[in-house]
Design a binder for this molecule. Structure first.
Ligand SMILES: *[C@@H]1O[C@H](CO)[C@@H](O)[C@H](O)[C@H]1NC(C)=O
Ligand SMILES: *[C@@H]1O[C@H](CO)[C@@H](O)[C@H](O)[C@H]1NC(C)=O
Length: 362
């Protein structure tokens, strides 16, 4: 394991998981802690501001509206004690209006940054799997370079319901002529697409695989092979890879069950490069006492070129600021590790079962 500081306004820690060595460069403990603080700061602010909002068990929040579809029996809009809306599906929290921007900015802008760095231009054609609540397209469409977004979500009821009860999520993006919404199965859609159709960036924003068995195929080796078929040399694939727990400032091993047990091994069968980005959420916790769960996204690409994520290339492409105070990769990806190098992704993952973020910590 090799940890390295990257230049930039904030110093970054990147750990490259190699099968050969687990030693980190000296100084990585402080870098790790700095990165951790940077990522936690906005989350702490959110927690302080909303202390009185009654964020306990999401299942105790007040139900404002419910619906169901042929895919999901329980789609609910709940509200916390401060009137903030919370979208839930099958009893699982999907989107809390107070911190969903942390998640969605992380899902889109690092992947787009990676594309710009590799291709030397902003991404134009985007595939978006899932994301029916509309927040994914909202962030994607902020990039002026984007010309064509194909969003395939299986359940239009989620879109309709979100538009009615939480319109801030999509913020008008369903009216943007660049967005084409297809109601259907993302896997079937990609299978039917002519092989030569390649997207600059593909984003897979599906619910956690644990939420439902039918989602398994969307995290499978076959699915990643299919994605790869619709990528060109500079394309980037970004995948929502589930929550991580036990991420602490002292660098204890982060447990990212979905990611480690199934998704990353499957991605590794298809791609040689993958980078995992972690960032904390504010609302993914049952009680203030508990550390929040972290969210993870994995970026897969065909090139092994090392990218300097600390460059804020998004500034040339979008108007205004990102909503997280420390947006984009310099902070949000500062907890990233690269799972292997060259041909070693598979071995790297194997070894990573023992990886503590930051590596040198007990
Ligand atoms: C947008 O992408 C879809 C799906 O690949 C394609 O069918 C359509 O022709 C594209 N439209 C434009 C304007 O490029
Ligand atoms: C929502 O849309 C308005 C008008 O286009 C824009 O000014 C604002 O920045 C958008 N907000 C977000 C969070 O995307």
């Amino acid at each position: 394991m090799r940890c390295q500081a990257m230049a930039g306004s904030s110093q970054l820690l990147r750990c490259f998981l190699l099968s050969v060595s687990w030693n980190c460069l000296p100084g990585s403990a402080e870098l790790y802690a700095d990165s951790y603080d940077l990522l936690m700061e906005p989350v702490e602010d959110i927690l302080d501001e909303h202390e009185h909002c009654g964020w306990g068990n999401p299942l105790d929040l007040t139900v404002k509206a419910t619906t169901s579809s042929s895919f999901e029996e329980f789609i609910e809009m709940r509200e916390d004690d401060c009137g903030n809306r919370v979208l839930m599906m099958g009893g699982f929290l999907q989107c809390h209006s107070v911190d969903e921007h942390l998640y969605h900015e992380m899902m889109v802008h690092p992947a787009f940054t990676a594309f710009q760095l590799q291709a030397g231009r902003g991404p134009e054609t985007i595939f978006l799997g899932g994301s029916g609540d509309g927040a994914g397209p909202r962030e994607v469409l902020r990039w002026r370079s984007v010309r064509n977004v194909t969003m395939v979500d299986i359940d239009y009821e989620v879109t309709r319901f979100s538009l009615e009860w939480m319109p801030t999520l999509s913020n008008g993006s369903f009216k943007d002529p660049r967005l084409k919404v297809v109601t259907g199965d993302a896997m079937a859609f990609l299978q039917e697409l002519p092989e030569e159709t390649a997207f600059d960036v593909l984003i897979m924003d599906f619910p956690d695989v644990a939420d439902s068995q039918v989602l398994e195929k969307l995290y499978s080796e076959d699915f990643y092979r299919l994605c790869r078929r619709h990528m060109h040399a500079a394309s980037v694939l970004a995948v929502q890879t589930g929550p991580c727990s036990q991420t602490t400032r002292a660098g204890y091993k982060a447990r990212c069950q979905m990611l480690q047990q199934s998704i990353l091994p499957n991605i590794a069968k298809v791609f040689q490069e993958a980078e995992v980005l972690l960032h904390p959420m504010a609302t993914w916790k049952v009680d203030r006492k508990f550390p929040s769960e972290w969210s993870s996204f994995t970026l897969a690409r065909l090139s092994s070129e090392e990218l300097d994520y600390s460059r804020e290339v998004w500034r040339e492409h979008i108007d205004g600021e990102l909503r997280s105070p420390h947006p984009i990769v310099p902070d949000m990806a500062s907890m990233c590790f690269t799972a292997g190098e060259g041909n070693n992704l598979r071995q790297g993952i194997h070894a990573s079962e023992d990886c503590h973020f930051g590596g040198v910590f007990p």
